[in-house]
Design a protein around this ligand. Structure first.
Ligand SMILES: Cc1ncc(COP(=O)(O)O)c(C=O)c1O
Length: 393
């Protein structure tokens, strides 16, 4: 065989999203794309805010000499300074430009963070249901994933976390607002998590790092505001991107910010910068870095996604599905009406509805609907959701 056996096994075993994508393509060939209600992918549907286009036009006009060359691997110093200033204002803490590393999206940011932290066999805790790419990102750098559960309402379960913490735990990843549940972890939950990590860190020689993956931070509903994770725990690394808040996932821009009170912050930022280079990212895209510096705080209207949530979540509840109300992002993660979530997703497929089984996120018995689709797709799919549910009764 030509390809790595490990990669082959990963490709086969772990990607339900891909499997659903392939089944969806097959269905689209059969019945025509317009007849398929595709809720399988989290590709932001909102257009970037007008300000993004304005800034891009200006940047192209200004085009100072050398603006498309290589730069320091961590990014343009003035861009990192602008982001540090923005974070310092938001968090009322002194973020240093030298501790900001510009990255190729949150995905790139997570990879440079894990590369910087992990030795072979080091453990990283993630909470189920999880963003499936975490499994691969941790494996990329020789780490081992340990899974802690969230509660029935998808809240952080600190008791369960404490069962999986070990002397090899190097980091814990959280994601709020969450993909796939839409849950926003409130300040009290983060405080309990911080307390638990402090206690566990005191037992070891080195602190456990908290990696807060926040690409959906600005996509919040009902006037909710995301609490500051740096209030909860010192040894925190923020990873984020503009894939969702500016709706530009194709442009691959984000950053990592090492917390001002984080242990070994300078060394960590240096290692992430080196990781940017040796993982072949080299640096984050130059033009997008300059855009990012001018667009901190600018965001798509989360109302667009709130409207979609309000079209789908109450309607499903009304039919009899068990649904935890999403507070942000653009996903809802209902309970499957039968235990076998994979079978239920096939019942939905018979109604031309594509969703992803909860098994793909480490929480079987549920399924994920990604509602960043046109409103008509949601409204026209509802009879199919009802029919699939009735077929299980
Ligand atoms: C939870 C989570 N983290 C990270 C990412 C990666 O985003 P990007 O690399 O586009 O910034 C995604 C993308 O969907 C995500 O859902």
């Amino acid at each position: 065989m030509t390809i790595s056996a490990r990669v082959k096994q990963q490709m086969e075993s772990a990607s339900w999203i891909r499997k659903m994508f392939e089944e969806g393509e097959e269905l689209k060939r059969k019945v025509g794309a317009a007849a398929v209600f595709d809720f399988s992918l989290g590709n932001p549907i909102a257009e970037p805010p007008a300000k993004f286009h304005e800034v891009m036009a200006k940047l192209l006009q200004e085009a100072p000499s050398g603006s498309h060359r290589y730069m320091p691997n961590a990014g343009f110093p003035e861009v990192r300074a602008a982001i540090a200033a923005w974070l310092s204002e938001r968090s009322q803490r002194p973020f240093l430009p030298e501790r900001i590393v510009m990255a190729c999206g949150a995905g790139g940011g997570l990879n440079i963070t894990l590369k910087a932290l992990l030795d072979p066999g080091d453990e990283v805790v993630i909470f189920a249901p999880y963003f499936v790419e975490y499994l691969f990102y941790v494996d990329n750098h020789g780490g081992k994933v340990r899974v802690a559960e969230t509660t029935d309402r998808f809240d952080l379960d600190v008791n369960d976390l404490e069962k999986v913490l070990s002397p090899r735990t190097k980091a814990v990843i959280i994601n709020s607002p969450n993909n796939p549940t839409g849950r926003l972890y409130p300040a009290e939950a983060l405080a309990r998590l911080g307390e638990s990590l402090r206690r566990a860190s005191e037992k070891g020689k080195e602190p456990i790092y908290l990696i807060s993956d926040e690409p959906y931070r600005q996509i919040l509903f009902d006037g909710l505001v995301a609490p500051d994770v740096f209030d909860a725990y010192s040894h925190t690394i923020l990873v984020t991107s503009h894939s969702k808040d500016l709706s530009i996932p194709g442009e691959r821009i984000g950053f990592v910010a090492v917390g001002p009170d984080c242990a070994d912050a300078a060394e960590l930022a240096g290692a992430m910068t080196f990781a940017n280079r040796i993982l072949g990212f080299v640096n984050a895209p130059a033009l997008m870095q300059r855009a990012s510096a001018r667009l901190q705080g600018v965001t798509v209207d989360p109302g667009v996604y709130q409207r979609k949530r309000d079209l789908i979540a109450p309607a499903l509840k009304e039919m009899g599905y068990e649904v935890a109300q999403p507070e942000g992002a653009f996903y809802v993660f209902p309970k499957s009406p039968i235990d076998d979530d994979v079978r239920f997703t096939h019942l939905l497929l018979e109604e031309n509805i594509l969703v992803v089984p909860g098994a793909g996120f480490g929480r079987p018995g549920h399924f994920r609907i990604s509602f960043c689709v046109p409103d008509e797709v949601i409204t026209s799919s509802l009879p199919g959701f009802l029919k699939a549910l009735e077929s299980t009764r």
